[in-house]
Design a protein around this ligand. Structure first.
Ligand SMILES: O=P(O)(O)O[C@H]1O[C@H](CO)[C@@H](O)[C@H]1O
Ligand SMILES: Nc1nc2[nH]cnc2c(=O)[nH]1
Length: 390
């Protein structure tokens, strides 16, 4: 008997359980299920076996038939095990692998390479800049010309976006003459994805050929000087999830991506920050541009007043639920990073019972919609500048 055990190996055995997986590898599921049904175990007392044990004849008993004459399959805990007491799996090897990858916290290098190959082959290009669009900032990807769009669910082994304001598409094409790829939709820890999975697309970008990561986000402004609609260029971060012992680099380190203990000082490229400040001036929005420190919390709750006070004391200027793990992953594999926060709401540290003072996702998306044009211009001008140095 051939089957796929819980380790994903091809297992052979010939125990009591005749639930053969043959016929599946070549996609003949129907035939396989029929085969499985005829070999079904019966838990009825009328059978030779005791309840829960196999029908020794190997056939379903006469009473155990459906109205159409087909046997009723009565699964028992034992019937799900093969002779090695491993769970017998009725998936094709491809399905099994996809399921395994989906349930794993870290993606093996080879799987990430396959995803990258799929994108490079499908788009016919190797992007140099990777963009992650923050909440409501998906229009950054609309700047891309000759776009090839990949829906996340059609990319093998890719997670799916579950948050409003994150379309779940990967757009590959050119922007200001540079090959780019943009994620319209990122993955957040609060969606239930482990951090390594949230930032896995950054590694995909790396293996596609990306050298620069542009990460954008919507964030609450803690610095009292920030106004709604301002842009904060990130020059550092406070990794609150890291304080709590969680990191996208947790687990065995694959040196093909980077070192076990990467340094994070100078994570945010100083030249790109300075260039963005100049661009802000040229756009006439210098008073709306700040440089500051971002912090990512796990979400999905917005912060309490006490938390905001604590963050402010730590030197945090803007708070969100993303980006930090993406930056860590990008720096681990030696990508240059540029990141900014669009300040979508002000985080007051005064207690208030006014509903209007509470952060909410609708407001976050509404502000992003209003300010997306400025964000798009900043990004495209910066890319045009990088293009000159390529
Ligand atoms: O960080 P991005 O994805 O831009 O979105 C921010 O806005 C959402 C909350 O309104 C959260 O997902 C938070 O992280
Ligand atoms: N954590 C957090 N994320 C946000 N995203 C947009 N605004 C906020 C905020 O105030 N707090």
């Amino acid at each position: 008997m051939t089957g796929y055990n819980s380790k994903g190996d091809v297992a052979t055995g010939n125990g009591n359980h005749k639930n053969s997986a043959k016929g599946q590898a070549n996609g003949k599921k129907t035939a396989e299920y029929a085969d499985r049904e005829s070999d079904a175990m019966c838990s009825r007392d009328c059978c030779a076996g005791k309840s829960g044990s196999p029908n020794k004849s190997g056939n379903a008993c006469a009473e155990n038939k459906q109205s159409d004459g087909n046997p009723v399959v009565v699964p028992t805990p034992q019937s799900l095990l093969n002779s090695d007491n491993r769970i017998q799996c009725y998936l094709t090897p491809e399905e099994f692998r996809a399921l395994r990858v989906m349930n794993e916290d870290t993606y093996p290098y080879e799987v990430i390479q396959e995803i990258a190959d799929f994108i490079v082959k499908g788009s016919g290009m190797r992007p140099k800049i990777g963009i992650i669009c923050g909440t409501g900032l998906g229009s950054l990807a609309d700047l891309i010309q000759d776009a090839k769009v990949f829906e996340y669910e059609k990319i093998p082994n890719f997670p799916v976006s579950t948050v409003e304001g994150h379309a779940g598409k990967l757009v590959v094409g050119t922007l200001e003459g540079v090959n780019v790829m943009a994620m319209q939709g990122r993955f957040h820890f609060y969606e239930g994805y482990p951090l390594a999975k949230c930032s896995m697309p950054v590694r995909v970008m790396k293996l596609c050929g990306v050298e620069y990561l542009f990460a954008t986000n919507a964030a609450g402004g803690i610095n009292p000087k920030f106004a709604v609609g301002d842009i904060m260029l990130m020059h550092d971060h406070v990794n609150m999830l890291g304080f709590a012992g969680n990191s996208p680099l947790q687990g065995p380190n694959d040196p093909r991506f980077g070192p076990r203990f990467p340094a994070l000082v100078n994570s945010y490229n100083r030249d790109l920050i300075n260039k963005a400040i100049e661009i802000g001036k040229a756009m006439g929005i210098e008073s709306n541009i700040h440089v500051g420190v971002y912090s990512c919390l796990g979400g999905p709750t917005y912060e309490t007043i006490a938390e905001l006070k604590a963050l402010r004391m730590m030197g945090v200027d803007a708070v969100g639920m993303s980006t930090v793990h993406e930056v860590i992953t990008a720096r681990h594999c030696d990508m240059k990073v540029f990141a900014f926060s669009l300040i979508t709401n002000k985080c007051s540290i005064e207690y208030s019972d006014k509903k209007d003072d509470e952060a909410n996702h609708e407001e976050v998306m509404a502000v992003a919609k209003i300010r997306q044009k400025a964000c798009c211009e900043l990004v495209s001008r910066l890319i045009a500048d990088i293009q000159k140095t390529m």
